[in-house]
Design a protein around this ligand. Structure first.
Ligand code: T1G
Length: 699
């Protein structure tokens, strides 16, 4: 094996950019090794290095063929997403792919780990694709608000047919090497030898070039393509990237390939610069930072999990742990609750199986990971305990104290409290270092967000264990400090209060809900309250009434609605009337009258709210509270606050988050929104440093 460093030459991109590609020859074969950690993203250095290497092997008379392979854990995870917020430095990927196709010698791609986006497009431009059995391939560009921009929409259908290409490109779905081989994407799955050797053997047997772009698209009946197109557009729910992806893939059957490639590239460039793509990139990188902990603390080993409380939350937590093949013991003192809990666990696992989110082959198999007990003593040997009993300080303290003396000294004790003071609960256990918060969102098996709460005395290893669990059960861990409502509920309470202020000033629930849905929330606050039940927040308001400062602005409309027995969907009425069925609630004149009567009683000036004003007041409120959370160290970054609102409170990820949205506005517009929120709130409004919060978001 001879190594030739394709050091920078005329092809190399930005001056001084280290080449991330090396050329190694092995007899008559050239290995073109991409080495750009962590995921060999095809940055400008990789693209220039590839051009140099192809030139090198083409010119070497001893070389008969080339194999592109990735160093480290993966092939190429795609184009470098970090480059997408600005003009792409040359050479661009299509130039590299054209060089591969123009090279007189066959070049194959040897795939391990992931070949995604531009990584798969690179492989599709090669004359053959060889992969390890556990490799994955896919074109996930639509999940980033774009379409493939380097030939994926033209070369893929020439191997799979239009219908399958429509499915893969519009869903962004990743598939394994075996399925890809069945579809004609992968030519050879390497078994029982190394990828290098398997690839070398396969390539040496190649008869010559096979340029995919020159292949014709396999024939398929029109109805097959039409059905695939319908499915794609239906699941795309009107998203532009999906509609453009459908158009581009269908072009493969009707346009000359070079023309179709040019159209694809133009669409890619346009979408790459779209607001939706910027928002999704912002989320992509924010998710990569989520759960990263400073320092070297290692998570404690967890094989068994104990869950106390078989109610809606406890049973959901047990189910998601079992779905990840963790052994779980679900405890509830009441036999009836435990029996009901079993039913909830089974229902959640069945639903997870239906959506393909189970490690096990079946819900029954996953349910086998859950054992049931009536006594906390059954948890003496478990590694991690999650307490999910009734949200009451006394009840939770009692359970946590019992747990603290029952479970192993190195076990981690987590509480699923939403609002109670975690530090007070932890102190009561006499081992606060082992206590963290794991704040799940309902329904647990569906909601991705998990606030991992760091107590004042939580041991870093305990916190790391919480993050480990979150990732293991497929949740998005967001580290939060201790305050009432942590990150999400604290912001949401202010958001809802601001909306109720506007009720007193002339707005009505439906207007506000519609304005908030237009802002980016999947459902407005009044519809959400009806869904989750008005009684929880009512109980909390009643608990707080004694300590509430009378100077604070308080809207009593929600209390009056509850006093009428209207607790939401579960009682057939709340802010809206559901007597006509389960759909979107109907505006109820009773509530309209109640709101207007209360507004008159409060003597607040009434006005017709423009949508933008309602949205401005709410954004101003959210931004201000987010700025306070950041300043207090409860939240770690603006991006993580946006992730909380996107993954826990239904704000559209295609909009990035409320703070991301605000970063697209001028400082003057933002100031005006915060000022309007401050004026409306009056006493108790603490002003946060919103400018610092927004600085650096989404750029
Ligand atoms: N560009 C830049 N950085 C990337 C990257 C990419 N494509 N993929 C990952 N990273 C970084 C990530 O930010 C993190 O950095 C580190 O790598 C590890 O990632 C023209 C338009 C490959 C399955 O959408 O799905 O090609 O935080 O924590 O869990 O048509 O990363 O350590 O600093 O996720 O092992 C299409 C995206 C691009 C694939 C590995 N490609 N990546 O998962 O590690 S668009 C994608 C992934 C495109 C062309 C178009 C995953 C992974 P840091 P990680 P992981």
């Amino acid at each position: 094996m001879t190594m030739i460093d394709s050091s920078p030459s005329q092809n190399s991109g930005a001056a001084g950019e280290p080449s991330a590609v090396r050329l190694e020859t092995d007899g008559d074969l050239a290995f073109i090794v991409i080495d750009n950690p962590p995921v060999n993203a095809s940055s400008v250095a990789v693209r220039s290095g590839l051009l140099d290497a192809i030139e090198g092997m083409s010119a070497d008379p001893n070389i008969k063929a080339g194999i592109i392979i990735g160093a480290g854990s993966t092939f190429v995870a795609g184009s470098d997403i970090k480059e997408f917020g600005r003009a792409l430095p040359p050479p661009e990927l299509p130039t590299v792919l054209a060089a591969i196709e123009a090279c007189p010698k066959p070049i194959a791609a040897a795939i391990h780990g992931a070949a995604l986006g531009g990584g798969l497009e690179l492989a599709l431009a090669c004359d053959a694709r060889i992969a390890l059995a556990d490799a994955i391939v896919g074109l996930p560009e639509v999940t980033l608000g774009m379409i493939p921009g380097a030939g994926g929409t033209q070369r893929l259908p020439r191997l799979t047919g239009i219908a399958k290409a429509l499915d893969l490109v519009t869903s962004g779905r990743r598939i394994g090497a075996r399925e890809a081989a069945k579809l004609g994407i992968i030519d050879h799955v390497v078994e029982g030898t190394s990828l290098r050797d398997g690839a070398a053997e396969f390539v040496r047997a190649l008869s010559g070039k096979r340029v995919v772009a020159e292949l014709s698209v396999p024939y398929e009946p029109e109805e097959t393509i039409a059905a695939a197109e319908q499915n794609a557009l239906k699941s795309g729910r009107g998203r532009e990237a999906v509609a453009e992806a459908v158009k581009a893939v269908k072009n493969a059957a009707v346009l000359p390939v070079r023309e179709a490639l040019a159209e694809e590239r133009a669409t890619f460039q346009r979408l790459r610069n779209s607001e939706e793509a910027a928002a999704l990139r912002y989320n992509f990188f924010a998710e990569r930072q989520a759960g990263k902990l400073d320092g070297s603390a290692k998570a404690r080993a967890v094989k068994t999990v104990g869950v106390v409380g078989a109610g809606t939350m406890g049973a959901g937590i047990a189910a998601v742990c079992a779905a990840a093949s963790l052994d779980v013991i679900l405890v509830d003192a009441s036999a009836a609750s435990l029996e009901a809990g079993k039913g909830r666990v089974t229902a959640a696992l069945t639903d997870l199986h239906r959506v393909g989110k189970l490690k096990a082959a079946s819900a029954e198999e996953a349910a086998g990971h859950v054992a049931y007990a009536n006594d906390i003593a059954a948890l003496a040997g478990v590694d991690l305990i999650i307490e999910a009993v009734f949200e009451d300080m006394q009840v939770k303290t009692g359970v946590l104290q019992r747990l603290a003396t029952t479970v192993r000294a190195d076990a981690v004790i987590a509480t699923n409290t939403s609002y109670l003071d975690l530090d007070q609960l932890a102190e009561a256990t006499n081992r606060p270092q082992d206590v963290i918060g794991l704040h799940f969102f309902a329904p647990v098996h569906r909601m991705r967000l998990l606030e991992v709460v760091r107590g004042a005395k939580s041991d870093p290893a305990a916190l790391a264990t919480g993050v480990w669990l979150a990732k293991t059960i497929g949740k998005l861990p967001i580290i939060a400090g201790v305050c009432e409502g942590f990150i999400g509920n604290r912001i949401y309470a202010k958001y809802r209060a601001q909306c109720e202020f506007m009720l007193e000033e002339g707005a009505l629930p439906r207007e506000l809900d519609t304005a908030m849905e237009d802002l980016g929330f999947s459902m407005g606050p009044f519809a959400v309250s009806d869904l989750s039940g008005l009684d929880i927040a009512w109980a909390m308001r009643k608990r707080k009434a004694a300590t509430r400062d009378p100077r604070e602005r308080y809207v009593g409309i929600a209390d009056q609605i509850c006093e009428m027995g209207r607790l939401g969907r579960k009682t057939g009425a709340g802010w809206y009337d559901y007597s006509a069925g389960s759909g979107r609630g109907a505006v109820d004149p009773v509530v309209t009258e109640l709101v207007q009567a209360e507004s008159r009683k409060q003597g607040r000036p009434q006005k017709a709210f423009a949508k933008a004003e309602m949205q401005g007041r709410v954004l101003g409120t959210i931004l201000n509270e987010a700025a306070l959370l950041l300043a207090e160290g409860i939240a770690r970054s603006a991006a993580e606050i946006d992730l909380v609102l996107v993954n826990g409170f239904g704000f559209s990820k295609f909009r990035g988050g409320p703070i991301f949205q605000a970063s697209r506005k001028t400082p003057a517009e933002v100031d005006a929104m915060v000022e309007a929120a401050a004026q409306a709130t009056g006493f108790g409004f603490r002003r946060g440093d919103v400018a610092s919060l927004i600085a650096g978001v989404g750029n």
